[in-house]
Design a protein around this ligand. Sequence first.
Ligand code: FES
Ligand code: FES
Length: 196
Amino acid sequence: MTVSRRDFLKSAGVTSLATAVTSAAVADAGAQTGPRVIGPGDVPVSLMVNGKRVDLRIEPRVTLLDAIRNRADLTGNKRVCDRGTCGACTMIVDGRTVYSCSTLAIEVQGKQIRTVDGLSTGNTLHPVQQAFCDVDALMCGFCTPGFVVATVALLEKYPNATPAQARRELDGNICRCGTFVRILEAAMTAKGVARG
Ligand code: FES
Ligand code: FES
């Protein structure tokens, strides 16, 4: 039997329509049984930052750093590399340091988030902040909020940290100005004074 070009195109059209319908049905079935999709538009996100609840509407892709700096107006922690290499954005989440530029805000709902903004009490600096001032442990200051937060976490973990422990716990932070010796001195000055 010979098949005309018209017959061939008709049957090809029916076949592709059937395939498309089947694919759509499979996709629908997947949508019903797969993981719940959130976003890409704004969704409610609730964070506990420095002991206070912050309710936001943000896209699920927003990082913890951007949510806190741009939406909660807590600008102490800095965005420097924005790719999890320098530590300037370090925050403490449930007792552990994280790079907030590489953590999604939506992932840390229900956790206790601490930023450098929440360390002082009124006009009284946290002992670690005071130690950084006392020993002049900064130059340009871009790395300082992250180092301060990381040092607070260090001394909460090891109240009488040795220099070796301090070096190890602070090794996720970089100071491009090279003030490492003074930063270590600040950590040693604050130890025994700084308590969680
Ligand atoms: S800004 Fe987050 S690690 Fe550098
Ligand atoms: S003081 Fe400038 S990067 Fe550390």
